[in-house]
Design a protein around this ligand. Sequence first.
Ligand code: ATP
Ligand code: MG
Length: 669
Amino acid sequence: ARMDTAELVEDLDEAQRRAVEHGDGPLVVATGAGTGKTRVLTSRVARLIDAGVPPERILLLTFTRRAAAAMTSRAAAMVGDTALAQRIAGGTFHSVAHRVVAEYSQHLGLADVTVLAPDDIVDLIDLLRSEHGLDGTDRRMPTSRAIADIASRAVSLERPGREVISEQFPWALGHVDPIMALLRAYAQRKRSRGLLDLDDLLVAWRSLVRDPDVGARLRARWDWVLVDEYQDVNRVQADIVQELCPDGRGLTVVGDDAQAIYGFRGAGAGQLQEVLDRLPHADLIRLERNFRSTQPILDLANATRPEEFPIRLFADRAAPAVRPELVRCENADDEARAVADRILAAHADGVPLREQAVLMRTGSHSALLEIELTVRDVPFKKFGGIGYLETAHVRDLLAAFRVVLNPHDEIAWYRLLTRHRGLGKVSARRLAGVLADQGIAGGPEAIAAAPATARVGLATTLSLLGVVDGDSPVSELVEACHDAVSTLLEQHYPDWQRRASDVTAVAEAAGRRSDLRSFVGEQAIDPVAASGDWAGQPHLDEDWVTLSTIHSAKGLEWSAVHLLRATDGAIPSDMALTSRAGLEEERRLFYVGLTRARDTLSVYAPDILPTHPTAFTARHVQAKPSRFLTSAALACLDVVDTRVQAPLATAAAPPSPRVRMDGLDALFA
Ligand code: ATP
Ligand code: MG
């Protein structure tokens, strides 16, 4: 049964209701954390559907696929019709770009859309380095990952590579020419092989909307465009939104400048203002009340909030509130124990694990905690940082999928070839070229050209993969790839047995899909979301703690939040201290972390930290609580000290004997 519109807006406050009921003129909702921006967006979608708008004419853009799924299911609950709500067009910018680009690949001159995951880019740049003789010993030459970063920033900031290097990678200035040569080779190779990285996907989408013919068709497709977390769009994404809604009709964007945390990707604080400047007739609605957190948590957030944002958050909730705590610990082990203690105590108090999250600046900060939770049998699931799908052996399987789907995929060939015993980088590169040019038909030539020790292995791989092609049924395709990769694991990884079951689990998940191509594309775009349906991961009905980077926790909330490692060097990160802009971005990130908590918030600050997250040989260094914990912030925190007060080493004289041990002296007299 459909609900009527009155019911839809019933619990909303005045300002929220205005936003939900706003007509088709451009609307900007710019306001603080937890004030209901996402809720307003969802209600607005539900109201449109309720008013009879066909859901496929609504484009809902979010930052993560998890967010898109959550909003769709909430809208479904509101309109009381899941099938209807599922027709909403939406997802992340990248996933929508992927669909649009696949649909219009012919227009872009692409026979096939192959998306490079971030790690594939590193592989490709490695390959190009060795072609250019740049994989030598110069230790000051940036890593392939850093070069991939430069390429990405140049595209998303729309700045010449040279400027990006001199402004953001000044330490690499001595190598501008070779870096530029690699960047050119990277762009050129992607073009010649029909490969797109994540930035290219967005650029391709933008080119399509800018094309007079395709653009008109795309504009006609969606009447309503709604974007969450608009503060974090980059230049290209902002252009796409602008091209889709040139006069702002049907456009709603919501966001919070104080939470802009993707500056390094080319988002700039001020994206919301830009929309207001471009569309002077847009309505601006500010929401005042925070519906998420208790006042003591907001007091802390207000005290650490970046100065340039005047919004102060006030809690709507009247519930009795606990003050947030700062937990001082001696070292990282104690920190892990303290977090686990608190998680279990809250759980015993009735807070389910799924209502608790541990947030951190960098994925590696939870290494010791993961061990502690495992030992104590506390289930957890980790988001952000290196995920399951990004592990080397799982990517080997994905590379196999890619070569059978597209035998001209040179990087995937290169990756598989480097897994063969007896094949070094140089021969792998050469053979990858042969196979990418000729496909499986180039097999005999490649085998003949391979070093003698590698020939049998290579022949095995090629014969296993050669029985299928892109038109084979998914089950056969998956089986062939699974067999080929299983053999390679044994040649390449000393701990191959442990890895084999992961590869099988992923193969099974892929085998359940009707379309392997979309499976492979999705995992390149959003590995976290794509791993949602894995065997081996906790099931949805199980209770588990979320471990997440702050970046991946954006927009989400939990009853209890544990903010790990609030020390200088961790947050703000050492890496961000070279510029004022970098430091301010860290401050916003800290603010995002704090504002995820509904009821309780614990911030942890150990005194001594290892220089490396897991190595037993790591050195240990002294750490200080984060500079963001100013005296104003400390005034909002209860300090809990778990450090053992070491007794002062007093050199007291031994007590004088009251009982003499008789007889011994006599023995040695
Ligand atoms: P963020 O900036 O972190 O993305 P947000 O502004 O998008 O936050 P929401 O996630 O939409 O905020 O809402 C925060 C919480 O407040 C959610 O639990 C939501 O259900 C709740 N909420 C929003 N509006 C109301 C309301 N009018 N009455 C009660 N609860 C509300
Ligand atoms: Mg939100």
